[in-house]
Design a protein around this ligand. Structure first.
Ligand SMILES: Cc1ncc(COP(=O)(O)O)c(C=O)c1O
Length: 351
């Protein structure tokens, strides 16, 4: 019975690393992707949900059957929900209204209480999802605030799990590690591990246009954020888990690049993942194109944080993309026309 897991939390991690073949075909680099959407809760955040709550229980800050509060774009909520299910806890998740319907419905279906806050206010505003989560955690007796943005157990969970796993899978034979930056936990914790192992590996944070993280890394001045569509990455403030001293480079990516790459990953590589995954790959390619001498012949490991199932109503929906002013590709026009002719007048072809 050696391969039987005691509970679902033990099934977290050990996700595969896969080579990109077609989307990276004309590049002078090799791109490997770590498929974190294959975690049981569908994202990399299962790792931090488990680690943060486990550590809080060890310290006595969270009791079995207790209440966990978290501000989440959805994935950390799911990771915490797995822990809550196993340990009989009640979770309360505070989200912004920018997050997809799928993520909200998913968290509701775990038996958690879900609070939705406006995305039109900045993180300091009392109505922001950060402020509301903080208030709930303070005022509900015995509640534990997981606080993925400031809690160091977030980045340490990647130091203890994601980093060692990638090192083992690749035998340390790669040059760049790239990840989108949201709370900063993934890039900071994993980079800390690699830097202790090798001076060869450099880390690359991917930041969406509109976020202040990349401009801050260059100027050390707080700029103004602007809205963007990709979920889970970028910030309008500096979370404690973004450890700038551990991140060697930042690269920029825009929504159009993020969404078209996410769709190409599915169509050309068979990898069904979320918008921040396309952003991480497209941002990496931007970096390669902008730094040809530095990157020539190098091997990249890029994190794909979550599953495409959470974005069927958004970036996988052509009507939504069109509404947002994004270019949408036309599938094989000649064949589509032929299918239309053959299938008859009462049949409808969905776009
Ligand atoms: C979909 C998605 N991608 C990427 C990230 C960024 O990871 P991190 O918070 O570790 O920086 C997040 C974080 O919420 C996310 O939800």
């Amino acid at each position: 019975m050696k391969s039987i897991k005691a509970n679902i939390l033990e099934a977290i991690g050990h996700t595969p690393i896969v080579r990109l073949n077609k989307v990276a075909k004309n590049l002078p680099v090799e791109i490997l992707v770590k498929c974190e959407f294959m975690n049981p809760g569908g994202s990399i955040k299962d790792r931090i949900g488990r680690h943060i709550c486990q550590k809080a229980m060890e310290r006595g800050e969270l009791k079995p059957g207790g209440v966990i509060v978290e501000a989440t774009s959805g994935n950390t909520g799911m990771g915490i929900a797995l822990f809550a299910a196993v340990h009989g806890c009640q979770a309360i998740f505070v989200m912004s209204d920018k997050q997809s319907r799928e993520k909200i419905d998913l968290l509701k279906s775990t038996g958690s209480i879900v609070v939705i806050c406006p995305s039109s206010v900045d993180s300091k505003h009392p109505d922001s999802y950060h402020s509301v989560a903080h208030k709930l955690a303070k005022e509900i007796p015995g509640a534990y605030y997981a606080d993925q943005y400031e809690n160091e157990d977030n980045y340490l969970s990647h130091y203890y799990s994601t980093g060692p796993e990638i090192w083992e899978q690749t035998e340390g034979d790669f040059d760049f590690f790239a990840a989108g930056v949201g709370t900063g936990g993934t890039i900071s914790g994993t980079s800390k591990f690699f830097k202790e192992k090798s001076t060869r590996i450099k880390s690359l944070g991917i930041d969406p246009e509109g976020s202040i993280l990349l401009p801050y890394s260059k100027t050390k001045k707080m700029g103004e954020g602007a809205p963007y569509l990709v979920e889970g990455i970028g910030q309008d403030y500096l979370p404690g888990n973004v450890k700038f001293d551990l991140i060697d480079f930042f690269a920029n990516v825009n929504d159009q690049q993020s969404f078209s790459m996410t769709r190409r990953l599915l169509k050309e590589e068979g990898i069904f993942c979320g918008g921040s995954c396309g952003a991480a790959v497209a941002g990496t390619i931007n970096f390669v194109n902008e730094n040809p001498t530095l990157t020539q012949g190098k091997r990249f490991v890029v994190i794909l944080p979550d599953s495409g199932a959470r974005y069927l109503s958004k970036l996988y929906n052509k009507t939504w993309l069109k509404e947002k002013g994004m270019d949408v590709g036309v599938e094989n026009e000649t064949l589509t026309l032929r299918v239309k002719e053959i299938s008859g007048t009462n049949a409808r072809i969905e776009i």
